[in-house]
Ligand binder design. Sequence first.
Ligand SMILES: O=C(O)c1cc(C(=O)O)c2c(n1)C(=O)C(=O)c1cc(C(=O)O)[nH]c1-2
Length: 254
Amino acid sequence: MMDMMSRSDLEAALREIGKTRYHSNHPFQMMLQEGRLSRDQVQAWALNRYYYQSMIPVKDSFILARLGTVEMRQEWRERIIDHDGSPEERGGIVKWVALTDGVGLDRDYVMSGEGILPGTRFAVDAYVHFVRERSLLEAIASSLTELFSPNVIGIRTKGMLEHYDFISRETLAYFDKRPVQAKRDSDFALNYCLENATTPKEQLAVIDALKFKCQVLWAQLDALMHAYVEPGNLPFDAWKPGTMLASQPSQAAE
Ligand SMILES: O=C(O)c1cc(C(=O)O)c2c(n1)C(=O)C(=O)c1cc(C(=O)O)[nH]c1-2
């Protein structure tokens, strides 16, 4: 059994997991940010990630229901509003649809989830199941990948704007607010985990929850690499490049 770590050692261990296991290290992410993907492959990424986006507020609703104080629920419900939107502001899901519109995909098809890869479905569903089945501490810890997302979002957005002529700033508007939201959310979650992991066993559980979540993200990019970069691996029901394109090119795509 691992010894009890100091608060700062636990934080350092969590940050080390990000350095080594976060999807910023994945070859598909490298190709995306370096302009080495075709338009079809960028469309496949946008289509599959829609499913992740659509399930984020579902997983946060499961966490919300388990929080025992008004203050915790007030904090956590911001995440749901960020994705589902409010009368004042478009939510992340709608903004993601603007992204799939912008890369030229048929909106109803994207939102139906029909063309997603098996690996996308299983990875995302595993994340939702994890937050339902594990302890509240582990459920909160599994969101800690967001400590690392501002960095990868900055690199990805810059790279995509530079390298792909079919990508505009409006298409990527989803990412404008994410770094600020992710910092707010992950600062809160990190503080919660550092406060509430009070035994070596709980500290290990926090570490393992973050490793698990890195695998959820990694598996989604593995699935894209296998199906859309390496030839001959397209599953039967998966979206086929060149199909389900938007009939009217959206403004962003022109
Ligand atoms: O673009 C990215 O690389 C990235 C990564 C992550 C993440 O690390 O899980 C999230 C997001 N984006 C994101 O947009 C988002 O809303 C989000 C919510 C969560 C979560 O686990 O609650 N992660 C992420």
